[in-house]
Design a protein around this ligand. Structure first.
Ligand SMILES: Cc1cc2nc3c(=O)[nH]c(=O)nc-3n(C[C@H](O)[C@H](O)[C@H](O)COP(=O)(O)O)c2cc1C
Length: 257
């Protein structure tokens, strides 16, 4: 079917085509930075070391079996330890390879890790509400701004949700993963983009499963206003733009007394 041809081709391996390409890496262009820079006078929040004590459901079989996209949340806050665990599980650094690239809690094509994590924080114990960026090397948060009317902004960003309207603003935290595609394009040229999409799926799946393990629930969000969220997060929309969102909150008690 003609109309799908181009997009289907994007989904394919394209390895033979890749072998014929001269990538920016091969022609000796400078390797892009592995993480985004920040000003030293930024407001930085230290996170507790990620630890397994926050886990209430240790059985991975149960976490996988019970995982559901969760769009109703309790009023309960996430603790800072829980947030630290979720950030570590989705983008935490656990090593480096010979090329000096980071190895993380999620697999990633060629360890290119093109993602930056932004958080819309509504309810985390001890943290001011607002938008933050995760600094994976330091395992810290950079406070970006308070974001006035944060709930209204999230409503506008997440457009007309098909299952539960306006649910994202009721989450404790909304994760927003941006990509800086050149980190992968430098190495994989025009075959980078399929890999980036696969990579972000791993990130969100870890959010789902680790949320489950702390009595919280997550929901992936692919329906969002690209221009608006990029503007809110001060991304240029070309060299860095949002790719995927994930809402997280403590689960509502099924049988409230
Ligand atoms: C790529 C992707 C995008 C999604 N986007 C949304 C979304 O915008 N809104 C929403 O409510 N759910 C969204 N979901 C959740 C799916 O609707 C959900 O995974 C699906 O209905 C299956 O349900 P389950 O996750 O509970 O097994 C998305 C899931 C994926 C993987």
């Amino acid at each position: 079917m003609k109309k799908y041809e181009q997009q289907r081709s994007f989904l394919k391996s394209n390895f033979h085509e890749f072998k014929k390409m001269k990538t920016d890496k091969q022609i000796g262009l400078l390797k892009p930075p592995i993480v985004k820079e920040y000003y030293l006078d930024s407001k930085i929040v230290t996170l507790p070391k990620p630890c397994s004590q926050v886990i209430t459901q240790e059985n991975i079989f149960n976490c996988i079996e019970e995982r559901r996209s969760t769009r109703f949340y309790s009023e309960e806050c996430l603790s800072i330890d829980e947030l630290s665990y979720l950030l570590w599980a989705t983008q935490g650094i656990t090593g480096t390879n010979k090329a000096g690239l980071t190895l993380r809690t999620v697999p990633c094509s060629g360890a290119t890790h093109t993602f930056e994590t932004y958080l819309f924080i509504m309810r985390v114990e001890g943290l001011q509400s607002g938008i933050y960026r995760y600094l994976p090397i330091e395992h810290k948060l950079l406070f970006m701004n308070e974001l006035e009317n944060i709930e209204q902004k999230i409503d506008a960003i997440t457009l007309e949700q098909p299952f539960v309207p306006n649910f994202a603003k009721k989450a404790a935290v909304l994760f927003a993963w941006s990509t800086i595609p050149y980190r992968s394009e430098w190495k994989y040229d025009t075959t980078a983009h399929k890999k980036i999409l696969i990579d972000v799926g791993h990130v969100c799946q870890n959010l789902y499963l680790t949320s489950e393990s702390i009595g919280a629930g997550a929901c992936a969000i692919g329906i969002y206003d690209q221009k608006l969220i990029d503007e809110v997060l001060e991304l240029d929309g070309e060299d860095e733009f949002v790719l995927y969102l994930g809402a997280v909150g403590k689960k509502r008690n099924k049988f409230p007394s």
